[in-house]
Design a protein around this ligand. Structure first.
Ligand code: ADP
Ligand code: MG
Length: 730
């Protein structure tokens, strides 16, 4: 029986499922509803004076500067559109360093002085805001006396409305920065990284005689994995509610070993959630395309069609928000944590990344002509160089306490960054490097400007799921990102690293061509040199194999196994240089980020430790005690009836219970002291190290005994929903 408190908790989480009536949206084609809740180009074209629309289109498309004089006109049209869509409020929507999104709503309301109000929204309100930002992490950038943070409109991502039963709110995507102009968010460095990448890539295109391309931009398609857990069961798990993962739990007798969940039939309640979500995403202009069951029971995936990196990042944040927000009305809690359950697969987010120029050409497409292929090889060399030389910087894009449970745990790529190219492309590179069995005196197999690459079948190159960074036909897939993480950090690092590599290559080629060397001749010398230098980062084998870390160490590839190890390196000059060189982050911005991420790690572990200690003290031990009492009674009665000698079984059960309880009591005390000691540790790095080295092992000890006890205690006393129930009740 549930206690009144538990019943209230169950009701709180489950009593108001407002499933919308979708009579006019049911089964509608995507094209009919796509972008309905977005003030994008089509809505702007309809509502703005032609001249203003043209200017704004250029700003959005080509990144032209915003003319503040236009802002009033745009703001007024945006407000009219939003109010017609039921909006009563607006908010500047931004991405502070919490890893989540932030919003503070204001009504479209201005008093007129005669006791009335009018709905007003000026250009100034659109383009800038000043939320009270003193409680956002700034890593020391904002001192308390200058707590102001500022938001500024990012016109490159369309504004959108989020409807609620009593009215909608207009969301305006914005940057977030400090009084001194430093980035306090992830959008500013992302945009800087995109600009830097463009600048360097254009230098390469110009060398190839391309005078048309105005810019190069990265495209990103993030595949989002998630778990759905019944919200009635989740309501009884403090760990799920407070930390997003189970901290305790004996394995389910049936896990993922039958491989019957992956791509299986989608359960109907899950399907309702997915459809509801897709309709909302489509209305928000997010091209939700693919849905399927994932490997673990209760695990699913949603993949949108790729978009420009900045938009894709915002859309992924919005998508995660909508998942969390919509799940309850289908009786679910949506878990975005990287490792909600021990013993079954965790969730990642594959970051598909490619480069395209302003004319829409994908620069990572091998292409059909020798000229195209030579250009493709330059970009390929740049990516290899970026991953090889700047691995520690890229690793920073995947740090987080949650992702540590997943990376390198035989279900996700290891923390070692290597590149999978597929046998065929690796063979092409090999031909460059070795000049095609030069020993036998043959000419190089690959002669740039003469040979064409063999056609590279997309499918063949996508089979190795164990690589953290795989070439998949015309894009790279960075697979080490965690499911709950923003894709901004990983793309900032990737864009920055590739920009540095392209800069090196362009500088080299420009010097050669300026000295009168033909481009092809210069390439024939440079590319084999680059491929030879960076071949050690190419690995087509099994990334989960035990031998790989050893082999990787021989190749000199770094293996920063956990968040703390990776973050420690943030302040190394070579790592900082990746971001400094192209002006993506200043030193102060980086040091503040390092501190924020370290603090976030320590806080996460302290919270987990405290939640686990509570669960042990308030659920596991009391339930065990009940069982122990019963066990003692049984033992005594058996002795009375059968005599001293005949109580072997009862004694065994009693003493097993007793010894695990004793160990658990000791374990929980150790855990509590560890948390207290970590909380009192000064210095972000020292604290994070202490958290990793003391809280994690203490939690491990508690978990071992608690999970054994779960299977010994009478079911009637056990109040925490079990793995089997959480995983298999969709
Ligand atoms: P899977 O990895 O499941 O086999 P795909 O690789 O076909 O599926 O696509 C996964 C994601 O990659 C999708 O979000 C898709 O839009 C994205 N994607 C496809 N082409 C590109 C590209 N050129 N640049 C960036 N992302 C891409
Ligand atoms: Mg993929």
């Amino acid at each position: 029986m549930h206690s009144p408190r538990m019943k209230a908790m169950l009701q709180a989480m489950n009593d108001n499922p407002v499933i919308p009536d979708r009579q006019d949206e049911k089964g509608r084609a995507a094209e009919d509803i796509f972008g309905q809740n977005v003030f994008g180009l089509p809505a702007m074209r309809k509502r703005l004076p032609k001249e203003v629309y043209r200017k704004l289109e250029r700003i959005i498309r080509d990144g032209d500067r915003l003319d503040p004089a236009m802002a009033d006109v745009v703001a007024s049209a945006m407000k009219d559109w939003a109010m017609e869509h039921g909006a009563t409020h607006y908010t500047h929507w931004f991405h502070p360093m919490t890893g989540l999104t932030a919003e503070k709503h204001d009504a479209f309301l201005t008093p007129t002085g005669d006791g009335q109000v009018i709905s007003e929204f000026s250009g100034k309100m659109l383009i800038s805001g000043e939320p009270d930002a003193s409680s956002f992490p700034s890593g020391g950038i904002r001192s308390t006396f200058e707590a102001r943070g500022y938001t500024a409109w990012d016109p490159s991502v369309p504004a959108f409305i989020i409807p609620q039963p009593y009215g909608a709110t207009l969301h305006i995507p914005t940057y977030f920065y400090s009084y001194s102009g430093e980035a306090l968010d992830r959008k500013i460095p992302l945009l800087r990284s995109i600009a830097a990448l463009s600048q360097q890539a254009i230098r390469i295109l110009r060398l190839f005689g391309n005078t048309k391309a105005k810019f190069v931009r990265p495209n990103v398609g993030p595949e989002q994995e998630y778990f759905l857990v019944d919200s009635r069961l989740a309501a009884l798990r403090p760990d799920l509610l407070l930390t997003g993962r189970t901290l305790l739990g004996a394995p389910s007798p049936k896990g993922q070993e039958m491989e019957d969940h992956y791509f299986g039939a989608i359960p109907s309640r899950v399907m309702s959630f997915m459809q509801d979500l897709e309709i909302e995403l489509l209305k928000l202009g997010i091209p939700a395309k693919t849905r399927h069951n994932e490997v673990a029971p209760g695990q699913f995936e949603l993949a949108p069609v790729f978009e420009e990196a900045n938009i894709a990042c915002d859309h992924n944040m919005l998508c995660m928000n909508m998942m969390r927000h919509l799940a309850p009305r289908h009786g679910f809690v949506c878990l975005l944590h990287e490792k909600p359950f021990a013993g079954v697969n965790g969730s990642g987010k594959h970051n598909n990344w490619s480069l395209s120029d302003s004319e829409g050409n994908n620069l990572l497409n091998p292409g059909g002509t020798p000229q195209d292929n030579a250009q493709f090889l330059v970009f390929l060399a740049a990516v290899l160089r970026a991953v090889h030389k700047h691995a520690p910087a890229l690793r920073l894009g995947t740090v987080g306490a949650g992702n540590d449970h997943r990376l390198g745990a035989n279900e996700a790529p290891p923390a070692i960054l290597s590149v999978y190219l597929g046998e065929q492309l690796a063979g092409v590179l090999d031909a460059f490097v070795n000049g095609g069995q030069a020993a036998e005196g043959k000419k190089p197999v690959m002669e740039i400007g003469v040979s064409t690459l063999p056609p590279l079948p997309v499918d063949l190159s996508d089979r190795n799921r164990t690589s953290p960074f795989a070439f998949t036909g015309n894009k790279f897939e960075f697979r080490a990102v965690g499911s709950s993480q923003s894709v901004a950090p990983v793309n900032i690092a990737l864009n920055a690293a590739v920009a540095c590599a392209l800069d090196d290559i362009a500088t080299d080629l420009e010097a050669s061509t300026a000295a009168g060397t033909l481009l092809n001749t210069a390439l024939q010398e440079l590319l084999p040199r680059l491929f030879r230098e960076h071949m050690p980062v190419v690995f087509n084998g099994n990334g989960y194999a035990d031998s790989w870390p050893e082999e990787a160490a021989r190749r000199g590839l770094p293996n920063d196994k956990d968040t703390v190890a990776a973050l420690e390196r943030y302040s190394e000059p070579a790592v900082m240089d990746v971001f400094l060189r192209c002006g993506i982050l200043t030193e102060r911005e980086m040091l503040s980020r390092q501190e924020i991420l370290l603090e976030n790690y320590s806080k996460t572990l302290c919270i987990e430790g405290r939640v686990m200690a509570d669960m042990v003290r308030m659920s596991v031990l009391p339930a065990s005690q009940e069982s122990l009492r019963r066990s003692a009674d049984t033992l005594l009665k058996t002795r009375e009836v059968l005599g001293e000698e005949a109580t072997g079984t009862e004694e065994e059960m009693f003493s097993a219970l007793h010894s695990h309880m004793t160990a658990l009591v000791g374990g929980v005390k150790a855990l509590e002291s560890a948390v207290a000691a970590v909380a009192a540790t000064e210095g972000a790095l020292a604290q994070a190290r202490a958290a990793r080295d003391s809280i994690l092992p203490a939690m491990q000890v508690c978990r071992e005994h608690a999970d054994v006890l779960e299977r010994m205690v009478d079911d009637a006393f056990w109040s925490l929903p079990r793995y089997a129930e959480l995983l298999w009740s969709n």
